[in-house]
Design a protein around this ligand. Structure first.
Ligand code: MIG
Length: 827
């Protein structure tokens, strides 16, 4: 059913010359002589909106993606953001009032809108348009331009847009695709699909994030097609060196974002579609899951084993087996007789409990959710008015229409009660594409009706938003239950904007090396597509990894924003201890490293919540001016300063790693590496190559078995000595680890610079939160082992000592200035 439109339709209708132009609100409405229309508006933040329609019958404006409330500067953190905006390397996020393009300049043949970062020109002939950067470089240009064709199967139209491209243009984004990072020469469609056992070239997968970043001659721009109806993106598969976009529907609703860098584009896209709120800190620990944990005794046993073996773990998952006959909002009375006690037992190990919820409600007259749904008419109906029923785990099910606000409120309410009764800490939304078994389309029929928040339409139109609206209702239920806590929701299906409600994972992958490499790409791509809180099933969902694959996957996954071991228990065990004692030791050490990096990860999540900077980025986003980065897929940046070069090849004990511009150190080592070079790095089975930017300060905690296990009296700060002139800023964001939107926080900024005699670290702090730690242990890497000199903390001499490869001093948390002066003989 998905997007039949071929790049060239012979019956396409093209706009001709503009006959009328008029202002409607802040948009300029153009009408062509043949009735085709284009509405253009310039939005804040160097963003333009173009709406094309083949006829005059505009539908009311409505979007699930657009989030009116996202600002770059929430008032509570205004200071914090100002600091980070000044200091963030290579970023230009404006902090004052975002510029709006002035009214367009009109000339006989065109209109031109300009912002300081982009110029949009729309011609009066054929609605042709182009977007240029301030230096006049072409970013985007229509060639075939807008066109429409009658949709003979569904009625209405399909709309298409043809854009000129260049041979060397690259494309990144689109969220949930498993293939190579650069999308060029490929065609993709969006139709949320339960893609069990998907492969690297399977398309579509579970999510619809119809947003991409184009990169031309080192300059980035973005395109977002805000349609929940099926869409297709063709990056030159149909027409070489062109881009064709297709929408099944009577309108094409397009947003264009200026760069100049890929990260700027992502920030603008998430300024429009919303950002992931800061999660509770426990959500950044290890999550352990398996489809197969099936009783109170079993999950408590798993928790106890984690603790007996001293393995960090913050959450355990209950997959569908906790339910009574797979019915949502129930518990199996034999296997989980006292849900509260199960949750409490895990809590005593410091482990949170997350349970799965599927959308389908069993057609069972004795089921309360069924009864309520029927009474209130909350279930989806076919075009003819019958209740739709389809088989999922509980048998035949009805599907709540999550696109109805009352249905969401009902679901939220049920979620709140369910969580209140059980004490559950988080919820996992699965099968919300929605997935239906036994039918060839694997989902609801296209004709099923949806409310669409007062803009009624078919399932064809609502399908891609269904999972998002379920995640939204789940999020809101958790929020209603505990307003002073941050909801944790995991979702499989998504549409643009879902990042406001949920984290996500990449679905039913396979335990293979190819899938390990794919997981790496997918998490980078999801981050570039605004869903930064993402991870894969560590170890692979289908089949069983061998010890080496499992360990390599932990090495990758422990640097991902969302870190969960999950598998189908039908294929064997996948706990950290399932692969022998040596592997367990290595797995533990990697998880411990993640736990020490909690403040670093947490700060990256905070940054993402503030201004949309993704937690993980491919190298092309770090330095798009370096062509070498454009095709690198393996190395990725996590947070502002750490670069990981995971091993994704069986048997490999060496890893090629390309370091982008600047100077980099290997993790906790002293030897600097020049950037813009590729290196062969030793990667014995037990280690993953990790690099840190020279000049970075990395805040770390002691090893903990779970978040808040210990009261932390000393913050560790790993300092990698700068190699270039200028100051590198790093941040540490601290708060209670959970709390409502106004929870107090403390922001530490560390500015590191070379000084004539050595180096200098300045700290300033803002915010009203007082962290537990009263001391900071500074460890610096990059100095000679034979270091001789003096260290001054706020003018007082302190004596450094040696710790492994580093020199270290302990200073009070309120320090302002640490200076290291090398004595001359050390030089
Ligand atoms: O039809 O709940 O992707 O993570 O373990 C399978 C059982 C349903 C699919 C999810 C997977 C989960 C499984 N679910």
């Amino acid at each position: 059913m998905i997007v039949h439109t071929a790049p060239t339709r012979t019956d396409a209708l093209f706009p001709d010359r503009v006959a009328h132009a008029q202002w409607t609100g802040s948009a300029l409405l153009l009408e062509c002589a043949n009735g085709m229309q284009l509405r253009i508006s310039a939005l804040p933040n160097h963003t333009f909106r173009l709406q094309f329609r083949p006829d005059r019958h505009w539908a009311p404006d409505f979007s699930y993606a657009v989030d009116g409330s996202t600002e770059d500067q929430p008032a509570a953190n205004a200071d914090a953001v100002r600091i980070s905006a000044n200091a963030a390397p290579a970023e230009d996020q404006p902090t004052g009032a975002a510029p709006t393009a002035e009214s367009p300049a009109e000339s006989p043949d065109r209109w031109t809108w300009s912002t300081p970062l982009a110029t949009l020109t729309v011609w009066k002939e054929a609605l042709a348009f182009e977007l240029r950067s301030p230096d006049g470089a072409l970013m985007l240009q229509s060639d075939r331009g807008f066109r429409a064709a009658p949709d003979l199967e569904n009625g209405g139209h399909t709309c298409e847009l043809g854009l000129a491209s260049t041979k060397n243009e690259r494309f990144y984004g689109l969220g949930d695709k498993a293939g190579r990072l650069n999308l060029k020469d490929q065609r993709f469609v969006h139709w949320n699909t339960d893609a069990f056992r998907y492969q690297v070239d399977t398309d579509p997968l579970y999510k619809t994030l119809p947003f991409y970043i184009g990169l031309r001659d080192g300059q980035a721009y973005g395109v977002f097609l805000d349609h929940t109806a099926p869409t297709a993106f063709d990056f030159g598969a149909g027409r070489p060196d062109a881009v064709d976009l297709h929408v099944e529907g009577d309108e094409m609703n397009l947003y264009l974002f200026a760069g100049p860098g890929p990260v700027d584009v992502v920030r603008r896209y998430t300024r429009l579609t919303g950002r992931t709120p800061l999660p509770p800190m426990w959500a950044l620990g290890l999550h352990q899951s398996k489809w197969g944990y099936a009783s109170h005794e079993e999950v408590v046993g798993i928790a106890a084993t984690f603790r007996a073996l001293q393995i960090p773990c913050d959450a355990l998952y209950l997959d569908i087996d906790y339910m009574d006959r797979y019915r949502v909002f129930t518990w199996d009375s034999q296997r989980f007789p006292q849900p509260r006690q199960t949750v409490q037992a895990l809590a005593e190990f410091g482990i949170k409990t997350v349970a799965i919820l599927d959308p389908g409600i069993a057609v069972q007259p004795d089921d309360p959710a069924y009864q309520e749904g029927i009474e209130r008419d909350y279930f989806c109906r076919t075009a003819d008015g019958s209740l739709f029923a389809g088989r999922v785990w509980p048998g035949m099910c009805h599907f709540p229409d999550f696109t109805h606000p009352d249905v969401r409120a009902w679901w939220s309410n049920r979620v709140a009660r369910f969580v209140a009764d059980s004490g559950l800490d988080g919820l996992w939304n699965d099968m919300n594409e929605p997935a239906v078994m036994d039918v060839p389309t694997k989902t609801l029929p296209a004709g099923v009706r949806h409310h669409l928040d007062g803009h009624p339409g078919s399932h064809r139109k609502a399908h891609n938003a269904y999972g998002m609206q379920m995640a939204r209702a789940t999020f809101e239920g958790l929020q209603a239950h505990a307003p002073q806590k941050r909801p944790f929701v995991l979702t499989r299906a998504a549409y643009s904007g879902t990042q406001r409600y949920a984290s996500t994972w990449t679905g039913d992958n396979t335990a293979s090396w190819e899938h390990l490499a794919a997981a790496n790409r997918q998490v980078q791509r999801l981050n570039l597509s605004g869903m930064g809180f993402a991870g894969s099933d560590i170890g692979g969902f289908i089949e069983q990894p061998d010890a080496e694959l499992f360990l390599r996957w932990v090495q990758l996954g422990s640097f991902h924003p969302y870190c969960r071991i999950h598998s189908s228990g039908h294929h064997g065990d996948q706990e950290p201890w399932s692969f022998g004692a040596d592997i367990l030791d290595h797995v533990r050490r990697h998880l411990e490293t993640r736990m020490t990096l909690l403040p670093y990860f947490y700060t990256a999540f905070w940054q993402q919540a503030q201004d949309g900077t993704p937690v993980v980025l491919p190298l092309v986003a770090e330095d798009p001016s370096d062509v070498q980065t454009h095709h690198r897929e393996n190395e990725f940046r996590v947070g502002p300063h750490v670069l990981v070069a995971p091993v994704v090849t069986q048997g490999a004990r060496q890893q090629r790693a390309y370091l982008p511009s600047g100077t980099w150190y290997q993790w906790e080592e002293n030897h600097p590496f020049a950037g813009r070079e590729e290196y062969g790095v030793d990667a014995p089975l037990e280690s993953v190559p990790v690099f840190v930017r020279a000049g970075a300060c990395i805040p770390r905690y002691p090893v903990q078995l779970h978040v808040h296990e210990k009261s932390i009296d000393c913050l560790r700060l790993d300092v990698y000595l700068p190699h270039h002139d200028g100051t590198v800023s790093s941040f540490g964001y601290f708060d209670a680890g959970d709390g409502g939107p106004d929870a107090p926080f403390a922001l530490h900024r560390w500015n590191l610079a070379k000084s004539p005699q050595g180096w200098s670290l300045r700290q300033d702090r803002s915010g009203s939160y007082t962290p537990d730690f009263t001391q900071v242990e500074i460890r610096w890497y990059g100095a000679d082992a034979g270091f001789a000199g003096t260290v001054l903390c706020d003018g007082e001499q302190v004596v450094p000592s040696r710790h492994a490869a580093a020199w270290t001093v302990r200073v009070p948390v309120g320090f302002q200035h640490v200076e290291v002066h090398r004595s001359s003989e050390a030089e």
